[in-house]
Write a protein that binds this ligand. Structure first.
Ligand SMILES: *[C@@H]1O[C@H](CO)[C@@H](O)[C@H](O)[C@H]1NC(C)=O
Ligand SMILES: *[C@@H]1O[C@H](CO)[C@@H](O)[C@H](O)[C@H]1NC(C)=O
Ligand SMILES: *[C@@H]1O[C@H](CO)[C@@H](O)[C@H](O)[C@H]1NC(C)=O
Ligand SMILES: *[C@@H]1O[C@H](CO)[C@@H](O)[C@H](O)[C@H]1NC(C)=O
Ligand SMILES: *[C@@H]1O[C@H](CO)[C@@H](O)[C@H](O)[C@H]1NC(C)=O
Length: 206
């Protein structure tokens, strides 16, 4: 076995080192195209996202890069779902403490409106996670139309989540005003990563 594995490994490592610079060009070219066709995608966001993935350096064609992109999106969206879950769970614990007369620090309790928004976002992001998992399968099977539909709904989830906090700005109820979304950055990350995936899918479809 050993004698077979060693040459294979050498070939693998050789192909890795030679593909590193071409994958770097692929990332730059693709990010340029993405940001040219979709003004929502920032070129630097695109390149740094790909460069943060160890898979990127082994990527030699657009199809592989598309999969890297969808996986980055999946991890990001999954992590945001966890983040929201923690915010809501911490708040629940605080409430329980507040019911107990020994602890009365209410300053960190979530605003009821924010909490309602977070609950909506939790639902949106939970759906998004399962949708992306399906999109990965569709993408691998080259069902690009299906992957496109799924990922478009993930984009919608990120904007619907963020808009929930903004709706409040126009509210006549003054006590509800000035709610700040704790998810702005994360929603933007999800939006852009998904937009990059969609952009690559559209290149492959054409
Ligand atoms: C989500 O994506 C953004 C942009 O690539 C990155 O800065 C951030 O660290 C990612 N978060 C996670 C948890 O992957
Ligand atoms: C990928 O390769 C580039 C240049 O070859 C390097 O700068 C970068 O650190 C590498 N990234 C990873 C995650 O290995
Ligand atoms: C209130 O909290 C204190 C300290 O955490 C605990 O000892 C006590 O049993 C709690 N009381 C109730 C009614 O839960
Ligand atoms: C309540 O908790 C927050 C953060 O945990 C802290 O910054 C604040 O000083 C606390 N307020 C009181 C009255 O203990
Ligand atoms: C405004 O919002 C606060 C907190 O959510 C609520 O208690 C109050 O009843 C609302 N007032 C009106 C007029 O809707």
């Amino acid at each position: 076995m050993r004698t077979h594995i060693f040459p294979l490994l050498t070939i693998f490592l050789l192909s890795l080192s030679s593909s590193s610079s071409s994958s770097s060009n692929l990332i730059k070219d693709t990010c340029k195209k993405c940001s040219d066709t979709d003004p929502n995608i920032r070129y630097n966001f695109c390149t740094s996202s790909f460069n943060s993935s160890p898979d990127s350096n082994q990527t030699t064609d657009l199809r592989q890069l598309g999969l890297v992109s969808i996986r980055l999106t999946k991890n990001n969206v999954t992590s945001t779902r966890h983040f929201i879950k923690h915010l809501l769970r911490d708040d629940k614990n605080k409430k329980m403490n507040n019911n107990n007369n020994t602890i009365t620090n209410t300053t960190t309790k979530l605003d009821p409106y924010v909490k309602a928004c977070l609950n909506d976002c939790m639902e949106l992001y939970s759906d998004a996670v399962s949708t992306i998992k399906l999109a990965v399968k569709d993408y691998k099977a080259k069902r690009y139309d299906d992957a496109n539909i799924g990922l478009s709904s993930v984009i919608d989830a990120s904007t619907t989540c963020e808009d929930g906090f903004k709706e409040n700005d126009n509210s006549k109820n003054k006590s509800k005003n000035h709610v700040v979304s704790p998810l702005t950055k994360r929603n933007d990350n999800a939006f852009q990563l998904t937009a990059i995936s969609l952009s690559i899918i559209n290149m492959l479809r054409n």
